[in-house]
Design a protein around this ligand. Structure first.
Ligand SMILES: C[S@@+](CC[C@H](N)C(=O)[O-])C[C@H]1O[C@@H](n2cnc3c(N)ncnc32)[C@H](O)[C@@H]1O
Length: 318
């Protein structure tokens, strides 16, 4: 294990730290202490020819899967025994096996505990929703990648594979639960006392609506912040001190960590994306500060320094 290099940027708020490393995640993961991460929520490049700023997303399949095995092995080393790796991956119609091949690459290292479907868009007919839903008309919500084809369907979902070291990581299912439709059942079943039931493994999470792709989401393959946030809540907010995302992109996992008040380590090889990730995290910290002003005032670090955003830049990357 080599020593951890200086982060490109480090932010702090309310006793949590947000460290961003510019460089290859394999180098940073190798420098982390074993068994220190509670959860990793990430989305690697899918090798589908997506046009990133720096990364070449067109590796030969064997090379890509070998590399996938390497970074998953590196993540495994850094996870706690009851940690979670939430691995988001999609596919494209002409390359339908990608997501499943990536999941198979994890098989030598981790147990597949849950398979979630991130639903980006869904259509629900009024009569199937039932009278209680009160729909005036059929419903179609969310955004999807349109596919112009006679043989393929629009692509409205991606996988989130939940891998764990032993397959027995306890989860906080109620933290992402859904309200019982019929509240009279709540009194009948002891397990339903909180009024929510397990959401199950289909999660409808639309992309945030944006005005300008270039300005508001300058990256070709992001996930909405709500996705990592729900993964982390499911893992159990109380059992999380440190989260990592080896493929940080625009920093959606970092923003979720700020909102949940847990520390974060992010790695990204492209400086342009990393800068946006830092900026989004800074904004999330400002929002959190304005929501919790008392907490901000009452947490003072040993030595008398007030906690706050403390940008620190090293002169080089990893
Ligand atoms: C699918 S995107 C992640 C997007 C992110 N989840 C978000 O919501 O913004 C994958 C990212 O991995 C980065 N990347 C590719 N290879 C990398 C490596 N070896 N180390 C660190 N980052 C890498 C790419 O530049 C790209 O931004």
């Amino acid at each position: 294990m080599t020593s951890l290099p200086s982060p490109h940027t480090q932010l702090e708020v309310h006793g949590s730290t947000y460290r961003f490393y510019l460089g290859d995640c394999l180098d940073v993961l190798a420098a982390l202490e074993p068994g220190t991460l509670d959860a990793v929520v990430t989305s690697p490049p899918y090798n589908l020819g997506i046009r990133y700023r720096s990364y070449d997303d067109t590796l030969p399949r064997d090379e890509y899967l070998q590399w996938t095995g390497r970074w998953i092995a590196a993540v495994t080393r850094t996870l706690r025994p009851e940690g979670s790796l939430f691995l988001n991956v999609g596919a494209k119609p002409k390359d339908p096996w990608t997501a499943l091949d990536v999941a198979q690459a994890a098989r030598p290292y981790l147990k597949l505990q849950n398979t979630l479907h991130w639903i980006k868009s869904i259509a629900i007919e009024k009569d199937l929703a039932g009278a209680r839903a009160g729909l005036d008309d059929d419903l179609a919500v969310g955004h999807y990648k349109p596919i112009n084809s006679r043989r393929f369907l629009h692509d409205c979902h991606e996988f989130v594979f939940h891998f764990t070291p032993e397959g027995s990581t306890p989860l906080d299912r109620q933290a992402v639960g859904v309200k019982y439709q019929d509240q009279s059942n709540v009194a009948r079943w002891r397990g339903a006392a909180s009024g929510v039931r397990c959401r199950g493994n289909t999660w409808f999470i639309p992309y945030e609506t944006i005005q300008s792709r270039e300005k508001d989401r300058p990256h070709p393959a992001t996930f909405p912040t709500r996705l990592p946030e729900m993964c982390l809540r499911l893992h159990g907010r109380e059992r999380i001190s440190l989260v990592a995302d080896p493929f940080t992109g625009l920093g959606s996992t970092a923003v979720a960590c700020v909102d949940l008040g847990v520390s974060f380590i992010g790695m990204e090889m492209d400086e342009g994306y990393l800068q946006v990730a830092v900026e989004r995290t800074r904004e999330a910290i400002d929002r959190r500060r304005s929501r919790l002003p008392l907490e901000a005032d009452s947490t003072t670090k040993p030595g008398g320094t007030k906690p706050g955003v403390r940008p620190r830049r090293s002169t080089r990357g990893v």
